[in-house]
Design a protein around this ligand. Structure first.
Ligand SMILES: [Zn+2]
Ligand SMILES: [Zn+2]
Length: 351
């Protein structure tokens, strides 16, 4: 089942709808002997808001997601390609409904969410489509921590916040340090608590052509969620990075803790392997998910696992709807039974 989820409702209603859909599906497949592990977990653990979902080309909708433990008020931003336009879109769609004008005053609701509800950032890698919203919004941002790998911090410090491209809003690097952002280096597999979000994270390296990228395994109260920065498949990248991540995530699947993941599929299958530049097609993601399945145990351990497809590169070809093509190609080869989901900018969803 391919679920294209468009939420125009407040998150609480969306959550009920989602639970209802899940229970309907459960009812429909009532003859299946083993219930999906994931469908039975009706009690939600995380809220995810899509601030930007595309993998480039058009500014205003570039990769950025907010995640929070849904018992907590503040979010961790997962990349920051488009931040303020995404908050505006989510407000238009009726999300962030718990935040009133009175609560936000004297700020606008958009400004309040940006400054007060985004508590910290995780940046998967320093490509522009993942950091432009952070850089452009920095003069109006509040004091926050940026969590990232050594390489990402190096690029942010030396190539963006260097007083030549942009003032240095960080707490390190060249010239006057304005100190808005505390740069927190994250080492692979090191467990760390993420600001005031009550979330815990572990970062793992990914291979993204010639750039190091990373994924974050987020946990809270025995619930886990995986966020992948840009990555190519191991076979093309000549890497074992995804394999390492799948082994790690398989532990969470076995413990029935993995609530979902956000991972990229940048291009449809028609793009040659030689022209992926560190990205995935549906064919390659399906192949990689088989690897996760293999490590996760007998039967169909991934059945019903929400897999949010991110970072689709828009096409300028008339009549080509890349999102539809990628959705169809994923569904066609979906023999692990995961739930592929495309979130649109401004959508909110609970996991
Ligand atoms: Zn990207
Ligand atoms: Zn990239």
């Amino acid at each position: 089942m391919f679920l294209t989820y468009v939420s125009t409702q407040p998150a609480s209603t969306a959550s009920k709808t989602s639970s209802k859909k899940r229970s309907n599906r459960l009812f429909n497949v009532g003859l299946v002997l083993s219930f999906s592990l994931y469908s039975s977990l009706v009690a939600a653990g995380f809220e995810v808001v899509a601030l930007g979902v595309d993998g480039g080309v058009s500014d205003g909708n570039l990769t950025s997601y907010l995640i929070r433990d849904d018992s907590q008020p503040v979010y961790l931003a997962l990349d920051a390609g488009s931040v303020l336009p995404g908050i505006a879109k989510a407000l238009d769609k009726g999300n962030f409904s718990d935040i009133t004008d009175e609560m936000a005053a004297p700020l606008t609701r958009q400004g309040y969410i940006f400054r007060q509800r985004i508590n910290s950032y995780f940046i998967s890698h320093a490509h522009l489509d993942h950091v432009s919203g952070l850089i452009i919004g920095s003069p109006e941002d509040s004091k926050k921590t940026i969590y990232a790998s050594a390489d990402t911090i190096d690029v942010l410090r030396n190539y963006y916040f260097n007083w030549r491209v942009w003032p240095n809003f960080t707490d390190s690097g060249s010239g006057t340090r304005l100190g808005t952002y505390r740069m927190q280096l994250v080492r692979p597999a090191q467990s760390l608590s993420l600001g005031l979000t009550r979330l815990t994270g572990e970062m793992y390296p990914l291979s993204h052509d010639k750039s190091p990228s990373s994924m974050l395994l987020i946990t809270s109260n025995n619930a886990a969620f995986a966020y992948f920065g840009d990555t190519g498949p191991d076979e093309i990248e000549k890497s074992k990075n995804l394999d390492t991540v799948w082994r790690k995530l398989a532990e969470k699947v076995k413990q029935q803790q993995l609530k979902g993941m956000i991972i990229e599929v940048s291009y449809p299958n028609e793009v040659d392997d030689g022209k992926l530049y560190g990205h995935m097609t549906p064919k390659w993601l399906l192949k990689e998910l088989k690897n996760l399945e293999k490590y996760s145990g007998e039967g169909q351990p991934l059945k019903g696992l929400p897999v949010i497809i991110s970072h689709i590169k828009p096409s300028f070809q008339q009549g080509q709807d890349v999102r539809k093509v990628i959705a169809a190609e994923l569904e066609q080869g979906n023999d692990t039974g995961v739930d592929f989901i495309l979130m649109d900018q401004g959508d909110s969803r609970r996991f």
